[in-house]
Ligand binder design. Sequence first.
Ligand SMILES: [Zn+2]
Length: 442
Amino acid sequence: MPERAYDHNQIELKWFERWTRGDLYRAEENSARPKYYVLEMLPYPSGELHIGHVRNYSIGDALARYKWMRGFNVLHPMGWDAFGLPAENAAIANKRPPREWTHSNIAKMKATHRRFQFSYDWDREVTTCEPEYYRWNQWFFLKMMERGLAYRKKALVNWCPECATVLANEQVVEGCCWRHEKTPVEQRALEQWFWRTTAYADELLNDIARLEGGWPERVLTMQRNWIGRSEGAEIDFASEFGPIRVFTTRIDTIYGATCVILAPEHPLVAATADAARRARAKAMVDARATKKPDDLAKEGFFTGAYAVNPFSQERVPIWVADFVLMSYGTGAIMAVPAHDERDFEFCSKYGIAIRPVIRPVDGALAVPASMKEAFGDYGILENSGEFSGLASEDARRKMTAHAERAGIGKGAITFRLKDWGISRQRYWGTPIPVSWRMCRSS
Ligand SMILES: [Zn+2]
């Protein structure tokens, strides 16, 4: 080797030892300097750091060093996201206790991490599967419970009858259990824990305005759509099984409703349908384990029963369809095929009547036989009883007020945002700090 060649092994080792001895990056507890906290994320101890880690941690490291040099008292900690199902499964596969497997991975990864000489205060290292860490998660959980933000209710989960256990979405492969490739996963209603995310829906939505200018508009739009606030009305359609409450954002189109569609898990499905139909509804629910709402086939069936449109007094058939979700609105909709594209597709497929009741401001009412798509815009009401001739915006207000006066419905706001089911906690780790005895007595 030429005399002045750069021997990175030797030089890096020299500085590694020097910097390690120097204890350079310790955050001070009582410091007059301004505080700065840098946390990238805790890696999951899979056994090796990869180049994606290096990229991520280099960025945080650059920021932390910059702040040190600017005179800040920087807290830059590191730790291990070390709990949950991946560790459990790796332990089963490797036939080693999860604790042993996890800790040996941490030791390996920590050695690599230290050689990078990122500016961590290793005195602050945390390992999330240790009680001294997760007791704080549990403490948070109990505080949330006290405030009604953590609660239990029955909800559908992925269930493998072979394993006799709940599966995470990641463990369902093409509708079957990942351990039992020929066993179809069922959707079962079990008691689940939830965070009441919806308590913050309005606050989340309103505060997006504070990010304007700083965040890309595209991201803000995605956030708004994810919260999905819809202003509309809930209206009761009478039926022999009791009222069916539907949510609609377009009450102005209600004279064009030609059927009522229930989510397959709607409680009335059990009352309206015979055994064969109930089995069909259950199959639709099970199929959701593998499909996103947008990928559903838009399939449905007639229940054999009818409901009454409270505005027109018309008798309309009650259907069940896979694309109606129990978790959105009331779990039931009125289908207005002439003015909603999805309803148009569904009703065309099954030969359900299409009846236009809104015409464009500057045009005539569509003729059903020649319609190629729904007319989804606002316009002027036609064939809508006393509301005919009103503009959509005006009609929405007046028809909602009428429904409230007549006791057949009310103005309502609904969110796409749902309460967050955390029963996959087995996947993430921290045990829920509530015993069965506590659950039963409450
Ligand atoms: Zn299984």
